[in-house]
Each structure stands twice: as C-alpha cells, then as structure tokens.
Design a protein around this ligand. Structure first.
Ligand code: NAD
Ligand code: MG
Length: 390
C-alpha cells in the first residue's frame, strides 16, 4: 500500500489527484491533506479518504476545521508551521499542488524523507529551482513533473540520452485571448481572462494562460527541470492542446506526446511512475480531431515570453523576482486595480528595479529567496500604485 499526502488537496490539481486515488481505495493510505479556505471540502475529503491529518494554511480556519472533524479521529491543524510539519510526515508520494510561492516551503519539507514529490507547483522551480533540486539530491528524493508539458517531455525522454537532445518544444493553447487583436486586449476583463478554451483549472493559472505568463513560467520550469540551455527551449501556439510537448533529437526526430487536455493523465503518470497505470482519461480519436495546427508564439504580442528569456539569461534570484511580481500583478488585476496588459509592465519594471539585488550569484538559500520575494512584492505594489496614479 502506498502512503500519500496531497498539499493543496482542495484545488483543481488536488481534486483531480483525489479522483484518481479514490478509485483505488485499497491501494493507498492517505497521510496528510492540506487546503486553504475551503474547509468544508478539506474536511469532507479527509473523512472520505481517512486521512491522518488535515491542515489549513490559514490560522483562523482552525476552529471550524476542528468542528468539522470532531469525533472522526482525524487531527486538525492550521498555519504555516503545521503545513510544513504535515508535509514532512513520511509518505511514499507527495503531491505539491498549492498555488503560488506558498507551495515552495512545504514542498521542501516534503523532500526531507527521500520520497517522491509530484510537482505541480511550478512556482517552486521558477523561484528556487536550484534549492529544490539540491534538497532532493541531498535526501535521495525524486521530483516528478506534473505540469502537462513537463510530464510530456519527461515521458518523451524515457530511455533517451540527454546528450542527444537538441531542443524541447512546449505548446501553449494561447489562452482565452488567442484570437483577439492586440488593441482589444487593453480592455480585457477579469471574467474574460478567467475562462480557458481547453483546460479546466484554478482561476490564477487560467488568467496566467491568457497572458502567457503561465507559459513563461513553464519555459523557466523546463530549464530547471531538464537542465537544458534557454536557447534549446521553444514555445509554439497549438490551439487544440492535444500535443503537450515535443523533444527534438540530434538526428532530427521529434518525439511528441499527444493526449486529451485532462490533468489526470500527468498526475496519474507521476502516481504510477515508473509503471503506467490504467487511467480514466478520454481515448483520442485522431480521425475525428482531423487536424492539429501550430502558430508562432510572437514575443512582441506576448511580453511574458520575452521576460522569461531575460530572467533565464540573468539567473540568480531573478526567477523569484519574476514570480513575485507576476503574482502581485495578478492580484492587482483580479482586484481591478490594473488592466490586463499592465501585468507585464509591472513585472518588467520590478525586474529592472531589482536586477542588482537579484543577480547576486551567492548560494541560493530559502532565506535569500524569501527576502527577494518580499522585496519584489513590495516593489510591484509600488509600481501598481504608480500606474493607478498614487
Ligand atoms: P487552485 O487555486 O485550484 O488550488 C490551489 C490550492 O492551494 C488549494 O488547495 C488552496 O486551498 C491552496 N492554497 C492557496 N493558497 C494557499 C496558502 N497561502 N497556503 C496554503 N494553501 C494554499 O490551483 P490549481 O489550479 O490546482 O494549481 C495548483 C498548482 O498546480 C499551481 O502551482 C499551478 O500552477 C499548478 N498547475 C495547475 C494545473 C491545473 O490544471 N490546474 C496545471 C499545471 C500546473
Ligand atoms: Mg502546463
């Protein structure tokens, strides 16, 4: 029986993970489930899956969580220290699916027991890839990709020699605005940015898909995960979202991963790795699909992609600055303080303001990452205030 913890269990990735393990209740024992404000969902899943402990990231949620779990024998806890403690409990397989920078620290704790970390939280790699990978190596732990593109690359690399890899192409659906003329994007609303043409995901990543910031994060994630050079990573717009990524080898072969846009595939691959388990995902009918199309991912139209290249060239803590500025700009957009296109302006401005602090090549530590993350958030709010006229 495999022991499992799910960090971010109440979110979109967390719920898809639960969907898979609930189908084979005898195969898994659940150690920890964590969530945020959705305490009803967290308690319900903890009871259904007979978890050992349920944790909310927010201190003030503890009384309600305790009430909901009263008499069940399931421990209830709250706050950052409790999240870290739950993440550090021995489990064979831990899903890292908290959204944002908040996912980094619990993920680092989860690696302490040399187990397997299924990593959906791409922010960990963007902010602190070197730190996360170092922690995994030091403990003999395995990090498996859960982002669909990176799972696809990982699968295309099975049995291959990295030295034979020429390039990695990750696809982007293009998000909600892929067919909008550039001048219309200024007025894009929150509701418009929050609907994705192909994938059902959490709100933040859906908006990041529309702005291509999600793809920009994934470019950096590709570099951190597969240790390729930035110039080996390409992005192509593929509106059908059926090919998730391709790996190009030095003999000219391209190995493409084709599958339905259903995160349960990438989650299930990580769950059953190194085997392949049966998964309840749609079987594609390519004749019905008819055609797969591709377009150039124009960096002039998508400044996020250009900024990702700048971040990779600068290295150091620029990834953490990029992520913090992006998260803050997204908050500003969700709160209606800035427009859709302002998000890239904020990120670019913050990267330039903090370039000297962030390019320091000193060893990447959690404290250094936290420090620059806080600086970048403050700086982003300053830029947002400036854009709002003070
Ligand atoms: P979501 O918003 O649906 O869920 C996020 C989870 O994190 C929830 O359980 C929430 O309660 C928890 N959470 C939020 N803030 C927290 C905090 N401060 N402390 C503790 N817990 C907190 O997000 P999602 O779409 O499931 O995405 C999760 C991660 O997976 C993100 O890093 C995202 O980029 C990545 N990802 C998601 C998808 C997808 O299809 N949804 C695909 C690829 C990668
Ligand atoms: Mg992805």
């Amino acid at each position: 029986m495999k022991t499992i913890s799910i960090l971010g269990a109440t979110g979109s990735i967390g719920q898809n993970t639960i969907d898979l393990i609930a189908r084979q209740p005898d195969a898994y024992r659940v150690v920890a489930l964590t969530g945020g404000r959705n305490l009803a969902q967290l308690a319900q899943d903890a009871i259904r899956l007979r978890a050992e402990v349920a944790v909310t990231g927010f201190d003030d949620g503890l009384p309600e969580l305790c009430d909901r779990l009263a008499g069940t024998g399931i421990e209830a806890a709250a706050g950052q220290a409790a999240l870290n403690e739950a993440a550090a409990r021995p489990a064979d397989w831990v899903m890292s699916a908290i959204v944002g920078f908040a996912g980094l620290e619990p993920g680092l704790h989860a690696l302490r027991h040399g187990n397997t970390l299924a990593l959906a939280n791409k922010e960990s790699l963007v902010c602190a890839g070197a730190l996360l990978m170092r922690q995994a190596r030091a403990n003999g732990a395995t990090v498996l990709p859960v982002d669909s593109e990176h799972s696809a690359v990982f699968q295309a690399l099975v049995g291959e020699d990295m030295a034979a890899v020429e390039r990695i192409i990750i696809t982007a659906s293009g998000g909600a605005f892929r067919d909008w003329p550039l001048d219309r994007l200024h007025g894009a609303t929150l509701a418009e940015a929050s609907s994705h043409p192909n994938w059902a995901m959490g709100q933040r990543i859906t908006i990041d898909s529309a702005s291509l910031f999600n793809k920009a994060m994934e470019v950096i994630e590709t570099r951190e995960f597969f240790a390729v050079r930035p110039d080996q990573i390409e992005v192509v717009i593929h509106p059908e979202s059926l090919i998730h990524a391709m790996v190009g080898f030095r003999d000219g072969a391209l190995m493409a991963h084709v599958g339905p846009p259903d995160m349960r595939h990438a989650i299930g691959y990580a769950l059953h790795w190194p085997d392949r388990g049966a998964l309840p995902v749609e079987r594609l009918d390519l004749v019905k699909t008819g055609q797969l199309t591709f377009r150039d991912a124009d960096e002039a139209r998508h400044p996020a992609l250009r900024l990702a290249r700048e971040v990779m060239a600068a290295g150091g803590l620029n990834g953490a600055v990029f992520n913090a500025a992006k998260e803050t700009a997204l908050d500003g957009f969700i709160d209606g303080r800035i427009g859709f296109l302002d998000m890239a302006r904020v990120v670019e401005d913050v990267l330039h303001r903090l370039s000297a602090d962030a390019s320091d090549r000193a060893d990447m530590t959690l404290d250094a990452v936290r420090h620059i993350d806080a600086l970048a958030r403050q700086s982003a709010w300053d830029v947002i205030d400036g854009l709002c006229g003070g």
